[in-house]
Design a binder for this molecule. Structure first.
Ligand SMILES: CC(C)(COP(=O)(O)OP(=O)(O)OC[C@H]1O[C@@H](n2cnc3c(N)ncnc32)[C@H](O)[C@@H]1OP(=O)(O)O)[C@@H](O)C(=O)NCCC(=O)NCCS
Length: 160
């Protein structure tokens, strides 16, 4: 019988975002979105310690580089996911799925019972990722995004 090599998934570590991480995070943001967050926006988000959580994915065996990040807010018992990106060279290797899993576990531990996010109607990769993690579409927000103008799909995972 023919044996197939197993695909090696990279071993990422997930840690709270630090101020020193922001430059690397903004570089990925610029590669990922048409209206990227600035360093000042990340610094401000990090100051909302009561409600905001920011995680980075690091590659300890690759010089500890930052390859992705996730940001969410805790709104009462809801996890509101506001940012998620993986550096282009590191995509389709399971990093976003692992990172969302870590974030969801943390949010559940913090008392969240459900999670929500918006995604561009054209963003099939992200939608597939979310569907695989039990998020389901519940509606749209017309013209929610700019550059280009586009509707958002609203997804919820309930229960978390
Ligand atoms: C969306 C994004 C975060 C996915 O990151 P990633 O690390 O490549 O995703 P993963 O490797 O963990 O993929 C998990 C699942 O997502 C889906 N997926 C990821 N990339 C995909 C692609 N190019 N096409 C179709 N499905 C894709 C698949 O279902 C995949 O599962 P599989 O590996 O079993 O096929 C990444 O493409 C990205 O940073 N995009 C730009 C920023 C963005 O759109 N963020 C989300 C905004 S809502």
């Amino acid at each position: 019988m023919k044996r197939h090599a197993r695909v090696q998934r990279p071993k990422a570590l997930f840690a709270p975002m630090q101020v020193d991480d922001i430059d690397a995070v903004v570089a990925i943001e610029l590669d990922s979105f048409t209206m990227p967050w600035t360093a000042a926006m990340f610094r401000s988000e990090m100051q909302n310690e009561r409600t905001s959580r920011l995680l980075v994915a690091r590659m300890p065996h690759k010089g500890d580089i930052i390859v992705g990040y996730l940001a969410y807010r805790i709104v009462l018992d809801e996890m509101h996911i506001i940012l998620l990106a993986v550096a282009p060279a590191w995509r389709q290797q399971g990093i976003a799925r692992q990172m969302l899993g870590v974030g969801i576990d943390e949010a559940r531990d913090a008392g969240c019972l459900r999670a929500t996010l918006e995604v561009r109607v054209s963003n099939t990769p992200a939608q597939q990722l979310y569907y695989g993690l039990q998020f389901a579409p519940v509606g749209t927000r017309p013209k929610y995004y700019m550059q280009p103008t586009e509707d958002a799909m609203i997804l919820w995972r309930d229960p978390l």
